[in-house]
Structures are given as C-alpha cells and as structure tokens.
Ligand binder design. Structure first.
Ligand SMILES: Cc1cc2nc3c(=O)[nH]c(=O)nc-3n(C[C@H](O)[C@H](O)[C@H](O)COP(=O)(O)OP(=O)(O)OC[C@H]3O[C@@H](n4cnc5c(N)ncnc54)[C@H](O)[C@@H]3O)c2cc1C
Length: 339
C-alpha cells in the first residue's frame, strides 16, 4: 500500500508557500485520491503558519520551521527534508522542481536509500504509480514505473493547478531537525532590475521576439533601439516573460544589430526551451517548425507578422495578425499605460 508525502517550501517572505509547492499539493491530493492512500504534507518555512494554506487538504502536516530555514542552503534544506521523510515514512515523495528543492532532492533520496526521477509532468495510478516525463527536447514522452521505495518525483512547474483552499489555523506536527554545521552565511539578496530579469516562468503570457525586429523596415532602415524600447515597455506593463527565436539571439554573434537584453537563455524551440505559459504572443517571427516545437506547452497562441504566408498562418497559431508589429505593440503599450 502506497503512502504519499508532498514536500513544500515557503518563498522569501517565509510564510507563504511558493506556487510550485501548491501545484505539487494538487498533484499529491489527486494521486492520494486515485490510490486511496494517506496524504502527508511536509512544510519547510521560516514561519510554520505557512501550513495554514493547507488546512483544507485534511492531510497530516509535518512542519520544519525557524530562522535556520528562512534562507535556502543545501545543508539545512536537505536536513529538513530528510527529517520530514523519516517522520512520514512515505513510499512516494512528491516535490516541486524549484531552485531550492531541485538541488537537494537527489541527495535526500540517497540518504533515504530511495530513487528519484526529475522533470515529471504527470502522475497516473492504475495498477502501479506511473510518472511521465519528456526526453529528447520534448519529442518523446516516457512513462516510468519503479519498484524502489521511497520513490521521489520532482514535478515541473506549470503542470498542475495550484492548490487553493481556505486558510485557517491547523494542527501541525513540528519536526525536530539536528542542524548540521553551516559554512554559508546569507548576508542579503541582490535582485536584478525588472528590465534585466526577462525570463519569468510564472508569467501568464510568453512574449516572443523574432528576428524581424532587427531587420530593415518599410523605410529601408533598421530600428533596433525602438524595437528594444517597445519590447521592454511591454514587458514592464504586462509582466510577461520574454522568449526569442534562435535567429534573433544568434545575430549577436554575427555582429548584427541586437536587442542587448536577449541571450540564448531566452531562446524557444527545438534547441531552446519549451516553457509553459497559458498564452503566447509571437512578434516578428516566421513561425518555423524548429521554433514552434518549443511552443508545445503554450495553450493559446497568437502571432503578428507582416508575411501572410508565414508559418503561423499555416495552422500553428490560433490567431494571426498580418500587421506591422512596431505599430501594433506601440498601440498595445499605449492602451496598457492608460489602463
Ligand atoms: C537543427 C535546427 C534547430 C533549430 N532550433 C531552433 C530553436 O530552438 N529556436 C528557434 O527559434 N529556431 C530554431 N531553428 C531556426 C529556425 O528554423 C528559424 O531559422 C528561426 O526560428 C527563424 O527565426 P525568425 O522567425 O525570428 O526569423 P526570420 O525567419 O528571419 O523571420 C522574421 C519574420 O519577421 C517578420 N517581420 C519583419 N518585420 C516585421 C514587422 N515590422 N512586423 C511584423 N513582422 C515582421 C518577417 O515577415 C518574417 O516572417 C533551428 C534550425 C535548425 C536547423
């Protein structure tokens, strides 16, 4: 008989669970219901009150809290998760693929003599628990089963709805952790400015810039500076995440005009990233297959291109505007600013 443990952690406030944690809670409640198994949720946070958001799950709640767990560090986070796992004795452990948990969970699985699989996108339970993940640049989906227990599954963000139940005071079991010696002291945070940090995995919208932004326009001139301002203004106003076509980010290496805030990290596609956002909006991009394959997990696709024969018009986007993206985005920014 399986038993399910969901590991969660708080954000920098120390008292609110991150969205990816709440998505993993949804996955855990669904799996426990399918298996008729007991559900336990572990919380690592500065403030144990973070668990109040989980009151309506009805799960047994195991909490590790205190100053030592307000900042991410391998030693303390791994010790916290290990202690929760030992107290829960669950056979299946689900955790979010957050930066904080991704780096410790293989170590925790090893300490528990368990097995781990990462980048899990779905979990099914028929006769056995089956975890799905994609390989080879999102082209092949594998369904994995394992006999080893505990079996740790790190879930990709954006694959489940975030758990949303009424918050209330809830009894929790405080788990004691023997703290290891720490060599790291966190002295503070340095956060990049909004304009610099353009990749936002939790954004509702993915805005993609294509090479057209830096090509000669109808007046025979290149307007890369204007393109950069329009894109950054839109990102500021909308909170969208920024993606790029390969051609655009490659141009930097070719000595052409480039948008300075774009790197290969922004590239979407076969040799880039396949991000997950509810909506995507492509601008000045042709919609070629090696690029569009990276849009696999974008539900609602829109594109602006001046080419009525571009790839997007051939069934790859839900809505295509045959228009000049410079004009359209200037108007969109104007509307967003007045709003
Ligand atoms: C093995 C392999 C892997 C690849 N992997 C990737 C990948 O991971 N990601 C990726 O993106 N590509 C990838 N590519 C490249 C891909 O095939 C295309 O070359 C690339 O996506 C084209 O980029 P683009 O559409 O931005 O540029 P272009 O093809 O140059 O298209 C620019 C578009 O902008 C339009 N335009 C110009 N001005 C305006 C304007 N004012 N308003 C509106 N539209 C305008 C033009 O009409 C044109 O349609 C790969 C290719 C190969 C062979």
């Amino acid at each position: 008989m399986e038993s399910i443990l969901v590991l969660t952690h708080a954000d920098d406030t120390g008292s609110t669970l991150i969205r990816a944690s709440l998505e993993t809670v949804t996955a855990g409640t669904e799996l426990a219901a399918k298996l008729g198994a007991a559900l336990i949720i572990g919380v690592v946070a500065h403030d144990g009150a973070a668990a109040s958001a989980l009151a309506s799950t009805g799960a047994r709640l195991l909490v590790v809290s205190g100053d030592a767990f307000s900042q991410a560090s391998y030693a303390t986070d791994a010790a916290a998760c290990e202690a929760i796992c030992r107290a829960a004795k669950a056979t299946i452990v689900l955790a979010p693929s957050s930066a904080r948990f991704s780096r410790i969970m293989a170590g925790v699985a090893h300490r528990l003599s368990g097995a781990i699989d990462t980048h899990i996108t779905a979990i099914a339970a028929t006769d056995a628990v089956e975890a799905s993940r994609w390989f080879y640049r999102q082209r092949i989906e594998a369904v994995i089963t394992r006999p080893t227990r505990p079996w740790f599954l790190l879930l990709d963000a954006g694959t489940h709805d975030a758990f949303a139940g009424a918050s209330s005071e809830v009894p929790v079991e405080q788990i004691a952790v023997e703290l290891p010696a720490r060599r790291t002291t966190v002295t503070g945070f340095k956060t990049p400015q909004q304009d610099v940090q353009t990749i936002r995995p939790d954004a509702k919208l993915l805005f993609v810039a294509g090479a057209g932004w830096t090509k000669k326009q109808s007046d025979g001139q290149i307007h890369a500076d204007q393109a950069g301002s329009l894109i950054l203004e839109f990102l500021r106003n909308s909170g969208a995440s920024l993606g790029s076509s390969k051609s655009l980010v490659d141009q930097g290496g070719d000595g052409n005009s480039v948008l300075p805030f774009l790197t290969h990290m922004n590239q979407i596609g076969q040799t880039g990233a396949p991000p997950r956002h509810p909506k995507g909006h492509s601008t000045c991009c042709h919609g070629e297959e090696p690029h569009v394959v990276g849009w696999r997990f974008i539900n609602d696709r829109r594109a602006i291109s001046i080419d009525p024969n571009c790839g997007w018009t051939r069934g790859k986007a839900d809505v295509v505007y045959i228009a000049d993206a410079f004009q359209v985005m200037a108007k969109v920014n104007e509307l967003l600013t007045t709003k």
